[in-house]
Design a protein around this ligand. Structure first.
Ligand SMILES: *[C@@H]1O[C@H](CO)[C@@H](O)[C@H](O)[C@H]1NC(C)=O
Ligand SMILES: *[C@@H]1O[C@H](CO)[C@@H](O)[C@H](O)[C@H]1NC(C)=O
Ligand SMILES: *[C@@H]1O[C@H](CO)[C@@H](O)[C@H](O)[C@H]1NC(C)=O
Ligand SMILES: *[C@@H]1O[C@H](CO)[C@@H](O)[C@H](O)[C@H]1NC(C)=O
Ligand SMILES: *[C@@H]1O[C@H](CO)[C@@H](O)[C@H](O)[C@H]1NC(C)=O
Ligand SMILES: *[C@@H]1O[C@H](CO)[C@@H](O)[C@H](O)[C@H]1NC(C)=O
Ligand SMILES: *[C@@H]1O[C@H](CO)[C@@H](O)[C@H](O)[C@H]1NC(C)=O
Ligand SMILES: *[C@@H]1O[C@H](CO)[C@@H](O)[C@H](O)[C@H]1NC(C)=O
Length: 552
């Protein structure tokens, strides 16, 4: 038990000490001890104070050193704008954006055809045993446009597929696979530019290479995906399988026994069976990969069959699966909860097909779409598809809700021939910023009279659906356009590859990067409906403050 004084001592420890010392004063016997302990205690508390302030000082000093004296690990500064020029060259409709020098800023890979490479550190066509002119693969730094590597690869290039993983002595590397003309298959290491392998291909003289190059699951048991090249020879599509590690052809040529066009899609059904889908004369055609693989290798492969699909194919390898109103122009995969669905974009309608039963989920009639659709988010986290209905002065941009096919936004936006495709970038509010090319006649200015042939770049954000921001006017011929986040969750930029319209006439080829935000202050605000409550400056401020998000 505690007596009341001790309890009080716990509540008022200092008071208690006073009282104790008073008691001690009266106590003659213990007086000497106390006279010694008193200064000792105060000296102790002084020590404590010194220790406290010393450690505080050390803490502050460490904070100071870390924040001001020791520099942060060097983060390469990204230039807001850069440009790379090649004279007397032609270029290809291809761009790949990947962090190649591992500085955490993505870099740009592109192709050009030139008799001389721009810099003398790179080799010439003759060094690779190619006749001049030949096609180069080039990678420029996304930070400042400086050349990382470039090398001649083939006389001409028909197909490219980048970021194909390659197992290299314990570390996984990435490669670009190129299908060259005349026929060769080449793999180039993405990080060093070294040729990993190159093989002549056994394609016939009149073969036309169909796109894209498909990546099959590993069939030769080396742990790398393998490659399926589809080629049209004498009104029939043939398949060639190549090893992804060595480039060796696996088996023989396998005929699909059917004619078809570019736009192949490797589809996996919900039961895990692989089928190739492609456009063929106003229909969607399908082939069993298992059937094709058995034809090519005369062996059993790692592929499955889907009973429902085998029923649709009637025990043949390939056949027409779905009839479409008008020609089929594009096939696109739509990620779904249970597996991918297929968006069939036709000359007269767009249909979203269920990925298992191939039955329509929704159909948008009276839409003449030529260009491959792109995706973005109009409502938060709900995927929308952007299609272009019609061409030229009758072109209209439509944003459709992917789950229902309902039109979310539509706007007439005429385009000139050769206008590049649209793009989108995710923003921090779980929507997307959309970029469209065109020229608008909303101000009823007669564009054709002035002879201007520039393309204008417009930006839309779903929070301001009645406003388009005209970011830039470009008069050069645009070969490829892409909207890119060079660094995760940082500034949005766009990359333009411009060059001659035909590959016969070499001219100036330029690769240009611009930061979107830098273009906003000088942009033109286009009100699509009667002017809203926002002033032009307020609209520009809203666009300047947009934050972007890296795709997961
Ligand atoms: C290519 O470069 C070499 C030397 O750099 C030059 O002599 C030659 O004229 C160039 N050829 C063309 C077609 O520009
Ligand atoms: C490239 O050419 C310049 C002059 O044109 C020369 O100074 C430089 O040393 C050359 N670089 C290499 C790697 O040969
Ligand atoms: C460009 O950026 C790279 C890093 O991405 C850096 O290594 C290089 O020195 C820079 N070049 C110039 C000319 O600033
Ligand atoms: C290639 O096509 C041309 C015309 O398209 C034809 O004259 C020629 O006979 C074909 N060659 C072969 C090997 O099929
Ligand atoms: C394929 O099967 C369908 C019914 O599923 C049938 O109508 C059609 O005649 C069959 N075609 C051939 C070539 O066997
Ligand atoms: C597509 O454009 C055509 C002609 O410009 C028009 O008749 C049709 O209604 C448009 N389709 C949609 C879905 O808006
Ligand atoms: C625009 O110019 C063309 C040809 O110069 C002319 O035919 C057309 O009527 C003009 N349109 C307007 C709206 O002025
Ligand atoms: C593009 O050109 C048009 C007509 O010359 C002009 O009105 C507009 O402001 C320009 N836009 C930009 C972003 O410079």
């Amino acid at each position: 038990m505690m007596d009341s004084r001790d309890q009080e001592a716990e509540i008022h420890p200092l008071k208690n000490e006073d009282r104790k010392s008073q008691e001690n004063l009266g106590n003659q016997l213990k007086n000497e001890d106390n006279l010694k302990s008193m200064p000792l205690q105060s000296r102790l508390s002084r020590c404590r104070a010194v220790a406290f302030f010393l450690s505080l000082f050390i803490c502050l000093f460490v904070v100071f050193v870390i924040s001001f004296i020791i520099p942060c690990p060097d983060r390469p500064a990204s230039q807001r704008m850069w440009r790379v020029d090649y004279s007397a060259a032609v270029t290809y409709d291809f761009l790949a954006v990947e962090d190649i020098n591992r500085d955490r800023i993505r870099d740009v890979l592109f192709l050009y055809k030139h008799t001389n490479s721009s810099s003398n550190f790179s080799r010439s066509c003759a060094d690779e045993g190619l006749s001049s002119p030949c096609t180069f693969v080039a990678v420029v730094s996304g930070a400042n446009g400086s050349m990382l590597w470039e090398r001649p690869v083939a006389s001409d290039v028909a197909l490219v597929k980048c970021a194909v993983s390659q197992p290299r002595s314990s570390e996984v590397s990435s490669a670009c696979i190129l299908v060259g003309r005349p026929h060769s298959v080449i793999a180039v290491d993405l990080f060093s530019g070294k040729t990993l392998w190159t093989h002549p291909s056994s394609l016939g003289r009149n073969a036309s290479i169909l796109s894209p190059l498909l990546q099959l699951p590993d069939v030769d048991g080396d742990g790398t995906p393998d490659l399926l090249l589809l080629v049209r020879e004498e009104e029939e599509v043939n398949g060639y399988i190549y090893s992804g590690t060595t480039g060796h052809q696996i088996g023989h040529r396998g005929s699909l026994g059917i004619d078809g066009e570019s736009g192949f899609l490797l589809h996996v059904t919900r039961t895990g069976a692989h089928y190739i889908l492609f456009p063929c004369a106003s229909s969607l055609c399908g082939c069993s990969v298992k059937g094709l693989y058995e034809k090519v290798t005369r062996r059993d492969g790692p592929f499955k069959k889907d009973p429902l699909w085998e029923n649709m194919l009637n025990a043949t390898t390939c056949r027409r699966l779905v009839h479409s109103a008008g020609a089929v122009r594009h096939l696109v995969h739509i990620p779904g909860k249970a597996g991918a669905d297929v968006l069939l974009v036709g000359a007269e309608a767009c249909v979203l097909l269920d990925g298992q039963a191939l039955t329509p989920r929704w159909t948008l009639n009276r839409a003449q779409v030529l260009r491959k659709p792109i995706f973005g988010h109009y409502k938060p986290d709900a995927l929308a598809v952007v299609i272009e209905n019609g061409t030229g002065i009758h072109r209209q941009i439509l944003l459709l809700d992917l789950s229902s096919g309902a039109i979310l936004w539509s706007q007439a936006l005429p385009s000139l021939p050769g206008a590049p495709g649209s793009a989108s970038l995710p923003t921090a509010d779980h929507r997307s910023a959309f970029f469209f090319w065109g020229f608008h006649e909303l101000d009823s200015t007669n564009e054709t009279e002035t002879g201007a042939t520039w393309h204008s770049l417009y930006m839309l954000h779903p929070t301001l659906p009645n406003v388009l921001l005209e970011l830039a006017n470009i008069s050069a011929n645009i070969v490829t356009f892409e909207a890119v986040l060079f660094e995760p969750s940082r500034h949005a930029a766009y990359v333009l590859l411009t060059g001659p319209t035909t590959s016969d006439v070499p001219g100036l080829v330029s690769l240009i990067k611009h930061r979107v935000r830098d273009l906003v202050p000088s942009s033109r605000v286009v009100h699509l409906s009667e002017a809203g409550p926002d002033s032009d400056q307020a609209v520009r401020d809203r666009f300047s403050r947009l934050r972007y998000r890296s795709e997961a």
